[in-house]
Design a protein around this ligand. Structure first.
Ligand SMILES: [Zn+2]
Length: 268
């Protein structure tokens, strides 16, 4: 029997340097490969995490890439020195985007003022380096849009990663020509139904998929791993759900999202 090769997919956001992958990373990468996940963009959430992401990318530079950023949870760490360090790290060929960066008023682990300052600082860095920006937003849509409206004209590109917002918020993001990253949130029957209904409105050229592993294990996955850890090999489940909601085949969605991600991150 001949089985079809899996569709090629790019995981645009995952946390491979997370401690939960420390004991079996080679196996995780092998399973991702077998599942058709050809490239992975490892999210840089702090200076230290960015360094680790770059180091990991070196082990397989054709498949692993990194972003250089500071998650809004860590915004209080932002300083001119941090910006200089991130600027230096962003010059590494492994780094394909600035971020993640943005605003998270859901958790407010850093005060809002600090989040706003860090977000502006990272956007300035994106403008300066000409790299696209990897954006995080939760419960902060109005402030997020206000700042992005200021910067969008000078930014080369941007993606609203792990988009979970409303239809109006989606329209706002698309009106600024932002790309949209969809995670396994869409596989959650309790809180992802609205995403199923609106994902068809995202132009194929601006739609990308991500696992956010080890977080956000798709609830539709069968069987589900007992440790509930998400991993890049589960990206096809996200892609399958998105494709179905758009009335497309998995092959179509895989081809368009892979092309969109290659173009966005300039993977060549
Ligand atoms: Zn995020």
């Amino acid at each position: 029997m001949i089985t079809a090769p899996p569709c090629e997919l790019i995981d645009i956001g995952l946390n491979l340097t997370h401690e939960s992958f420390a004991h079996d990373l080679p196996e995780v990468l092998r399973r991702a490969h077998l599942a058709g996940v050809s490239r992975m963009i490892i999210t840089g959430t702090t200076v230290a995490a960015t360094r680790e992401a770059i180091a990991l990318s070196r082990s397989d530079p054709h498949r692993l890439h990194a972003t250089a950023g500071l998650h809004p949870h860590h915004a209080s760490e932002f300083s001119p020195a941090v910006r200089d360090e991130l600027r230096e790290l962003a010059a590494d060929p492994a780094v394909v985007a600035i971020g993640e960066c943005g605003l998270d008023y859901y958790r407010n682990y850093s005060p809002r003022e600090a989040q706003l300052a860090a977000f502006r600082g990272l956007l300035e860095l994106a403008v300066e380096t000409g790299k696209p920006v990897f954006l995080h937003q939760r419960d902060a849509h109005a402030d997020f849009m206000a700042i992005l409206r200021e910067f969008r004209g000078s930014l080369s590109d941007g993606v609203a990663h792990c988009f979970t917002g409303t239809r109006n918020e989606l329209d706002d993001c698309l009106s600024l020509d932002l790309a949209i990253g969809i995670t396994g949130w869409i596989c959650d029957e309790r809180r992802g139904l609205h995403l199923l209904q609106m994902v068809g409105a995202i132009p194929a050229t601006r739609l990308m998929v991500e696992t956010d592993a080890p977080y956000l294990l798709p609830r539709t996955l069968k069987p589900r791993p007992s440790d509930r850890r998400n991993e890049p090999a589960f990206l096809p489940e996200v892609a399958r759900t998105v494709a179905e909601a758009r009335g497309e085949s998995l092959e179509q969605l895989a081809a368009s999202s892979t092309a969109a991600a290659s173009h966005f991150f300039r993977l060549g």
